[in-house]
Design a protein around this ligand. Structure first.
Ligand code: ADP
Length: 232
């Protein structure tokens, strides 16, 4: 669960990126966050991930109240989140399997747990047959599936995807969105920052639209609040 209550974020240089934002994303929801470039979407993600601190307002993420959180709590809070980026961010020298297993190893999972969990998530994202390949031998869509498997492997409560289809063609983009929808149906909360109007309309989920650091629309069912073409 993510809750923002009247959150403001002003960067050190005086830029007011978030100007009084209040919303709740409940467990099990799938939500799209949309808005023009510079509207504050990445700032919202960095606030959720505790990479930035709010200037004022209250923030709660998966049971962590940020005003009470100690710096030593941050790694544990982050383990409740699986983050996916536009540029995949895979380790090129590791195979698909090693990329995913590594995410478990760094949090101290046992060999037995890793051997049980990694094949399950690779199957879930449809990559069981590619486990021994290196990222540079995979298509963009496959690389993003590896990143999704890696984000899921530690069983986070929520997946956050920052423009996950930004580097993919329309057919691959649809596949990735449908995979994220399936993951949501299996119980993980999903938040996706995207510019993909057609896909957002097709999936008919909740859409939070922001502009100038404020929420300008929050409805379920499609891409509201802007004219087509405004996101280029
Ligand atoms: P979006 O993700 O919607 O493109 P951002 O959250 O990246 O928007 O940016 C919101 C505003 O904050 C923009 O005006 C941007 O220039 C500014 N901004 C983003 N990051 C920083 C930063 N680290 N320091 C100063 N200003 C920033």
């Amino acid at each position: 669960m993510v809750r923002f209550i009247d959150v403001y974020k002003e960067y050190d240089n005086g830029t007011k990126a978030i100007n009084g934002v209040t919303f709740t994303i409940n467990d099990g929801e799938m939500v799209f966050l949309v808005g023009p470039s510079g509207s504050g979407k990445s700032t919202i993600i960095r606030l959720i991930n505790a990479e930035e601190k709010p200037t004022s307002g209250k923030l709660m993420v998966n049971g962590y109240n940020f005003s009470m959180m100690r710096p030593s709590d941050i790694p544990f809070m982050r383990r409740t989140l699986g983050v996916i980026f536009q540029d995949f961010r895979l380790i090129e020298k590791k195979t698909v399997l090693e990329n995913v297993a590594f995410a478990m190893r760094v949090i101290g999972a046992s060999k037995r747990e890793i051997e049980k969990r990694v094949p399950y998530v690779l199957d879930l994202v449809g990559l069981s047959n590619q486990a021994d390949r290196y990222p540079d031998k995979l298509s963009g869509g496959e690389q993003q599936r590896v990143a999704i498997a890696r984000a899921l492997v530690n069983n986070p409560e929520m997946i956050i995807a920052d423009e996950p289809t930004g580097n993919l063609d329309p057919a691959r983009s649809l596949e990735i969105m449908l995979l994220l929808e399936r993951i949501n149906e299996l119980g993980t909360t999903v938040l996706i920052v995207t510019h993909e109007k057609t896909l957002v309309d097709k999936l008919t989920k909740r859409v939070i639209a922001i502009d100038n650091g404020k929420i300008v629309n929050d409805e379920t069912g499609g891409y509201f609040g802007y004219e087509e073409g405004q996101y280029e």
